[in-house]
Design a protein around this ligand. Structure first.
Ligand code: SF4
Length: 443
């Protein structure tokens, strides 16, 4: 991997507050996928112009802005109300060189056009959003990025070199964005950052305002405020710090989803030390147990690295034992690979590729057994699920236990009449290694 620059997108937003909400939605997605937002035309790799086409003056202003962006930058994607006029012909006739034209509320189409003309950089060690999420983000869920950068110095990671130390967004700004996403129809907010539990540390947890109300820029206040929006709130990239304990009761009360994505990466104390991970494995098991005592529904998803330099069979066995004891519901696993510029490259004891491969397969098989047993326990239970898509066989949905793209699904065979973004109640009838099947509850 090389430390490439993030692709840069310029953005011009014209028109009414509804267009502004669309712009915020697209900007949020761009930022969550690792694009940088450029304040000037010449510094951007491409420009998105969100237009207004309501009255003649607005049409004129929009067409002029597109012309200016083409002259200054050359690569322009047009969206918004003017894009819908005459099926895009009004824009194309005036400016045949635009890369794509879409209408209002066309988040997915705009993101597709951006991906086609300016592909995102994706690396599983660097990115917050899964690669599948980059291809298509349905409008009913959205990633909410609360900070950039990281204060830790894990030896396999170059994020602090690339993105610097933690810089949190003030809570008022984050909450306004979250509120706008909910107004735009988002039903699930996925909170992402490099270290969600450290949110606000750099700002000394300063007080900010949301709708005139004072809130501290810190994890607990954010969780509480997001929990008031009436949508699903899912926390990613949380470390098991003591103050996370305070958020678990909000999960038990149904304010935010009882789901934590904690990137443990390993469990052997020796390897965690060599990785310089922020939270050691000591007390982690006790902490997870205490969390589950408060909130029995809590689902934990994690990611792990196998084959880190110096990892012995004993270390690897520690990791498998940890999965059993912690009863990790969902886990992703990467085989260690050196990242250009990462301190771990200097460590001795490189693990041969065939050993990494073998451990990876053992890890996946082991985790699949745990996941399957945990899913089996859900048979006969009722769950609220959010429908993601409909295919010819029925509805593909998720429960609180599944983040989009990275976890499993709840399939509802035959329910082709449902719509993406709809919440429904199901009774679970079958289970597999990663997925569940259910029937609609009609009473
Ligand atoms: S916590 Fe470690 S792995 Fe995560 S971004 Fe920070 S330095 Fe990288």
């Amino acid at each position: 991997m090389t430390s490439k620059q993030a692709p840069r997108v310029g953005f011009v937003s014209l028109g009414c507050p509804k267009a502004l909400v669309d712009s915020e939605r697209i900007l949020t997605q761009l930022r969550a996928e690792g694009y940088a937002i450029s304040p000037s035309y010449d510094d951007a790799d491409l420009v998105v112009v969100n237009t207004c086409g309501f009255i003649d003056a607005a049409v004129e202003e929009s067409l002029e802005t597109i012309g200016e962006a083409l002259a200054e930058n050359g690569k322009v994607i047009v969206t918004g109300c003017l894009g819908a006029r005459e099926d895009g012909a009004m824009v194309r006739n005036a400016h045949p060189n635009v890369l794509a034209v879409t209408g209002p509320h066309a988040y997915e189409e705009v993101m597709h056009a951006v991906h086609d003309h300016l592909p995102p950089l994706h690396d599983p060690f660097l990115d917050l959003v899964p690669p599948q999420g980059i291809r298509l983000t349905p409008r009913h869920y959205a990633y909410l990025k609360i900070s950039e950068g990281c204060n830790h110095r894990c030896t396999f990671c170059i994020i602090p070199q690339l993105r610097g130390d933690l810089v949190s967004r003030p809570i008022g700004e984050v909450m306004t964005e979250a509120e706008n996403l909910v107004k735009a129809g988002v039903k699930e907010l996925l909170v992402v950052s490099q270290d969600t539990s450290a949110y606000g540390l750099d700002l000394k947890y300063t007080t900010d305002f949301w709708g005139g109300r004072p809130l501290k820029t810190r994890f607990l206040d954010l969780a509480r405020a997001l929990g008031e929006l009436g949508v699903w709130v899912r926390m990613h990239y949380v470390y098991p710090y003591p103050h996370v304990d305070e958020v678990i009761p909000l999960m038990a009360e149904g304010k935010i989803l009882p789901y934590l994505d904690i990137p443990f990466q390993h469990a052997s104390p020796r390897i965690l030390k060599a990785m310089k991970r922020p939270a050691s494995s000591e007390n982690v098991l006790a902490r997870i147990k205490a969390w589950r005592d408060v909130c029995p529904d809590l689902v934990i998803r994690s990611t792990f690295i196998v084959g880190f330099p110096g990892e012995t069979e004993e270390d690897f066995q520690d990791l498998l034992d940890f999965l059993d004891e912690a009863q990790i519901d969902r886990a992703g696993c990467f085989k260690y690979s050196p990242v250009e510029g990462a301190p771990a490259n200097e460590l001795e004891g490189a693990v041969p590729e065939d050993v990494k491969e073998e451990r990876w397969h053992r890890f996946m098989a082991h985790q699949a057994r745990i996941s399957e047993a945990r899913l089996e326990a859900r048979v006969g239970k009722r769950m609220t699920v959010l429908v993601d898509e409909i295919d010819e066989e029925g509805a593909i949905a998720r429960s609180w236990a599944d983040a989009p793209e990275i976890d499993g699904n709840v399939f509802i065979d035959g329910a082709t009449h449902l719509e993406p973004g709809q919440f429904v109640e199901v009774e679970i009838t079958e289970y597999g290694e990663h997925d569940l099947w259910g029937v609609l509850v009609t009473d």
